[in-house]
Every structure is written in C-alpha cells, then in structure tokens.
Design a binder for this molecule. Structure first.
Ligand code: ZN
Length: 216
C-alpha cells in the first residue's frame, strides 16, 4: 500500500461552496473550473486555490498526480520557484479560458473565438509535452512530473471532455451566483444543482420561505 498523501481536510456534508474545494464536477476539468466558488456573484466570488503548493494538493485530491509526483513537485518548487510560478500562471489562464467556453456550451452558444484560440494554443503545448505510448487505444500521456505538466494534463482532459460522448451532460448549477459545472450522470438528465446539500438545499429553503410568506 502506498503512503497516504496529506489530503485537504474533508469537506463537511453540510458545506457550502465556501467551505472547501469540493469535487462535485464528476470530471477533473469541471472540478478545475470549480476551484473558484460563487464565480457568477461578484460580491462573493472566491478563489479556493492560492499558490503552487495548494494547486499540487488539489491535483492530488483530484487524482491528477500521484503522492510521489506531488511530493516531487513540491520539492521542485522550493528548489527553483520560477518554473512553478510560470506553471501556476498557466493554470490560471487555462481556467479563465475554460469558463467562457463551458458557459457557451451549457448556454448552447458558439464557443467565444478568443477563448477558443487560447484553448487551441494550450492543446498544442500540451501535446508537444506529452508522450504517445505505442498502445491502443491511442492516448496522449501528459508528463505530470514537472510544474507545467498539470496544466498540460488538464488541457488534454479538456479535449477529452469537449469531444467525448458526455458533452451534452455538462451542466451549470442553477443556484444563483454559484457558477459551478458538473456532469449530469442522472438517468433522467435533469440534475440542477452542484450539490443537493449546497445549492439544492438553499433553493428548498428559499421556496419554503416564499411559501411561508405567501401563506403567512
Ligand atoms: Zn451550486
């Protein structure tokens, strides 16, 4: 059994998106986009991941790197901070690129040209950096053992998501201001909330309140 990594504190079941980095997206790219909470509410928006070490911890929790890779990345960051700082910038750029693309997807719009071009460039870089093991099915294998690798891995996963057969299952939470994305794997395809405990609960409370007001 491999050594257990130091994971972030578990998110309580009654948490709000403010309470931690919950992995509710059902796909690493959507969880990546969801690392900002209350994305659509300028008064509450908060970036949950601050700094390279936090990104490494997140990547570990999201299953994108192994504990050994995470440890190597953290140690590389202390030896030579420059590549790690550049890679963190690259991650933030990719995330900011993904938001308008995913918003366009769920709103049934054309992808915005500028963001799409940024995504194209990210994909070119990611493929240049990735290995292509001689095996079927053909699959790029991102190198996640250096700082830029995480961004490249996420770019390649974005290609999977946006070209795969779950594309029409990508949703944005109906909670006002929430802005989180998720893959709707429900049989009916009618999931509305990032989490029934979070936005789903708030909606129930809101409706209960308005009913009470009407009848009170
Ligand atoms: Zn939500």
């Amino acid at each position: 059994m491999s050594k257990q990594p130091a994971l972030p504190a578990p998110v309580a079941s009654d948490s709000t998106p403010d309470a931690g980095v919950a992995l509710v997206g059902g796909h690493p790219v959507l969880d990546f986009a969801n690392t900002v909470a209350w994305r659509l509410d300028p008064a509450r928006i908060v970036d949950r991941i601050q700094g390279a070490a936090a990104w490494t911890t997140w990547a570990l929790a999201a299953g994108l790197v192994t504990a050994d890779q995470a440890a190597a990345l953290l140690s590389a960051a202390t030896t030579d901070a420059a590549p790690t700082t550049a890679a963190t910038e690259e991650l933030l750029n990719l995330r900011a690129t993904l938001w308008p693309i995913l918003d366009a997807l769920v709103d049934d719009q054309e992808p915005p040209a500028e963001a799409w071009e940024m995504l194209r460039r990210a994909l070119v870089l990611a493929r240049q950096d990735a290995a292509l093991p001689p095996a079927f099915p053909l699959r790029w294998q991102p190198a996640t053992d250096h700082p830029a690798g995480l961004c490249h891995a996420l770019a390649l996963l974005t290609e999977d998501l946006l070209s795969g057969d779950t594309l029409d299952r990508v949703r944005r939470c109906a909670g006002p201001g929430c802005g989180w994305f998720f893959l709707d794997r429900s049989r009916s395809g009618t999931r509305r909330w990032c989490s029934s405990q979070d936005c789903g609960n708030r909606d129930r409370a809101r409706r209960h309140y308005s009913r009470t007001r009407q009848h009170g």
